[in-house]
Ligand binder design. Sequence first.
Ligand SMILES: [Zn+2]
Length: 288
Amino acid sequence: MDVMIRISITVACFIIGAILGSFACCQAWRLHLKEQGKKSPGKWSVCMSCGRRLKVNENIPVISWLVQKGKCKSCGAKIGSAELLSEIGLGSSLAFIGWFLYPTFIDALVNLTVANCIIYPLSVIAFLTALVLLWTLLVYDAKWQKLPVNLLTATNIFALLLVFLKIAWMLFNHTAGADLVQYLVDLVVAVTILAGIYLALYLVSRERLVGSGDWLIALPIALILGSPWLAIVTLFLSNFFASIYGLTKCAKDRKKPRRFQFAFGPFLVVAFIITFALSEILSQVVSV
Ligand SMILES: [Zn+2]
């Protein structure tokens, strides 16, 4: 029974994630068109080639793309794999988080008090919003090698909201005092490790090593994780993935070696999702 509930929650998380992934990709396109000074398609989803408004059955995440073989029904123009990858990517990410954090989620629901009835749902909404914003940044950075300031600001605001909700949770559950002080110390160290390093690299290298947006995308990640150990794991994983990507690209370009730059934001976001999903397991390892 327990396994069935866990699988059901994981499947539900994938569906919600795929819908949010579709939304995030659309928002990235809208923002890009706006930055280019071009006309935004408005609030409806349209074909980027012929401009036709998409019907409901053409808007089903993953399924519509597969049924239409990645082409517009009217003009036959390619929809592009970014949309499909965004839907599958965020769907899998949320399913991964759901699978590993399901016991924590159920535990919090069982032990709900009156105050927590407000704080917990707000925390879930703030987390999902921050996650969608981070995913939009991932799509934008991967496609156009840029991190829009307004998106970064919004992500940081929701990450800060999560910090305040966590403090409120501690105060209402009478775990304040030593716990709260420890949490705040951990938070400052996590921010210094993750965002501080990228800010220092940006300032020292004058944008040659990392871009100006990298420390601003690392900041909300550090705020949400709120733990120095989890910040170190995210730092390691993001650099590990980026190194593998860089090496693969170098191997492909071996005949004509040249200097190349690539977006680092996507690696940070993917590393954050893995670390967050495994946070309970990792915290137990560290405490042992
Ligand atoms: Zn079309």
